[in-house]
Design a protein around this ligand. Structure first.
Ligand code: G
Ligand code: G
Ligand code: MN
Ligand code: NA
Length: 261
């Protein structure tokens, strides 16, 4: 496959970049979190989505190096923002970084994350790690040990895409998550009366009862935002609040809309 050869060159040739999607904290109206999302601009092809190239990178054994680049770049950018916002007396939002199954089973992950934070001048309170449920199908015990190590450092953990394919309620009691992210497919129908609303309502209540905060993904309309607010969802992420942003645009949004102020 041609994609494979291209992917091998992508890191050396600086073809990766990050965008950041802010999440709106409903109770305060502030941005307290944002998700870092990887972008690959392949010369002569254009942007290729992570849902296409991440699985290829995993198969090629490249995900460790790509994941490390993402972690260091996300921390570096947030460190820069932290200093900029501090000059205005504003705290920096926490950045959520997606970590794949392969990374979680790599013994070098924890020291790598620690050094990424230290080099960026950030504490663990600036980082959240997002993982999808499917990772636990591989080696649940090792995954759990790594997650507990990260959490002991003060890094928050989020379970991503909740409500899709591999959902299992047992993960919620077995693993130490601070946050549950409800998948976009469930948020789409939340403003319609009926089953869609009932399911999201029940997931939010369950997450809160288990001591987790909740982010709704893929909020696109004001009606969805209002429905989520009525259900006491904590944060919302979606095009209806903000698209993923380049660092310059993110900086502008955060300066105009002080977090926690
Ligand atoms: O940004 P976009 O909506 O195209 O992302 C599609 C999928 O790719 C999402 O499931 C997202 O979690 C995943 N993704 C985006 N960036 C990263 C990354 O840096 N690492 C990993 N492992 N997955 C990512
Ligand atoms: O699986 P994960 O949650 O990491 O996926 C995040 C992906 O969802 C990103 O690729 C982002 O671009 C996309 N996304 C974020 N908000 C919306 C939205 O409101 N609508 C749609 N269709 N996609 C969204
Ligand atoms: Mn995610
Ligand atoms: Na998701």
């Amino acid at each position: 496959l041609q994609l494979e050869g291209r992917l091998r060159e992508a890191l050396e040739q600086n073809q990766f970049s990050l965008v950041f999607q802010p999440q709106l904290h409903l109770a305060s109206g502030k941005v307290q979190h944002m998700e870092a999302l990887l972008r690959w601009e392949c010369p002569g092809v254009g942007f290729i989505g992570p849902q296409i190239f991440i699985p290829v990178a995993e198969d090629l054994g490249l995900i460790g190096r790509i994941g490390e680049w993402v972690m260091r770049e996300a921390c570096r950018e947030v460190g820069r923002l932290k200093r900029l916002l501090a000059a205005r007396g504003q705290p920096v939002p926490r950045v959520a970084v997606n970590v794949s199954a392969h990374q979680l089973l790599d013994a070098k992950l924890v020291p790598m994350v620690q050094s990424a934070l230290a080099e960026a001048g950030l504490g663990p309170e600036s980082l959240e790690i997002e993982i999808t449920e499917s990772i636990f199908l591989n080696d649940a015990e090792r995954a759990l040990a790594t997650l507990e190590e990260l959490r002991a450092l003060g890094i928050e953990l989020a379970i991503d895409d909740f409500g899709t394919g591999y959902s299992s309620f047992s993960y919620l009691t077995q693993f130490p998550f601070d946050r549950l992210k409800i998948d976009r497919s469930l948020i789409m129908n939340i403003d319609q009366p009926g089953k869609g609303h009932a399911i999201v309502s029940a997931i939010i209540a369950l997450a809160h009862a288990l001591g987790m905060r909740v982010t709704a993904e893929g909020m696109e309309t004001p009606a969805q935002a209002h429905a989520l607010q009525a259900l006491h969802c904590d944060d919302i992420q979606g095009y209806g609040f903000s698209r993923p942003l380049r660092p310059v645009a993110l900086e502008k949004l955060l300066l105009a809309r002080p977090a926690f102020a």
